[in-house]
Design a protein around this ligand. Structure first.
Ligand code: PNS
Length: 169
């Protein structure tokens, strides 16, 4: 067997990156030599942050971690994985409710390219309830999301949704 570097792709909208995503990336790094965080377009979601803003926030959050690369891509995930010689696609699982759509996506990706394996990692218990969507919703109405996102994301979120003054509540 050859001693080749094993690369995994961690794809997602990352609109924005959360501590739950970071937990999954850290777990993936226990298994793979390199993880490429790939910001991809999800046709069923309208994004709050532009692609380059999302990439920048992720880069700032992983600054100095050589085994983590950050990129964006506009086409099919499996084509990107092939281009990067990745052996796996990582997806995080929080609850059973994630299963159906993840299963469907994994089967479609397998149909499109049999060479790349989908690997599901369970998020840490403390991040079970977090998602980019629920964090955006909380921030929009003045909720404190500081503990749920990296510092670089928190700063940008506060620019999008400045804290609500008491007189406005
Ligand atoms: O974070 P998300 O929104 O759950 O990520 C979904 C994403 C971006 C990974 C998915 O929509 C995707 O792979 N988009 C790229 C287009 C593609 O390959 N679609 C076919 C897979 S079913």
């Amino acid at each position: 067997m050859t001693d080749k570097k094993k690369t995994a792709i961690y794809p997602g909208s990352f609109d924005p990156l959360t501590n739950g995503h970071i937990d999954i990336i850290e777990r993936a790094l226990d298994i793979f030599d390199e993880v490429i965080i790939a910001v991809l377009h999800n046709p069923s979601k309208k994004a709050l942050f532009a692609m380059d803003e999302r990439v920048k926030m992720i880069r700032q959050s992983f600054n100095g971690t050589n085994s983590v690369k950050v990129d964006s891509f506009g086409g099919l995930l499996v084509d990107y994985a092939k281009m990067k010689n990745a052996v796996a696609i990582i997806r995080g699982m929080r609850a059973l409710s994630d299963f159906e759509s993840e299963f469907q996506m994994a089967l479609m990706n397998r149909k499109l390219n049999k060479e790349v394996q989908s690997v599901f990692l369970m998020t840490g218990f403390r991040w079970i309830f977090t998602s980019s969507s629920i964090i955006k919703e909380a921030a929009q109405f003045g909720g404190d999301i500081r503990d749920m996102v990296p510092e670089a994301v928190h700063i940008k979120m506060m620019e999008k949704y400045p804290p609500i003054k008491e007189s406005e509540e």
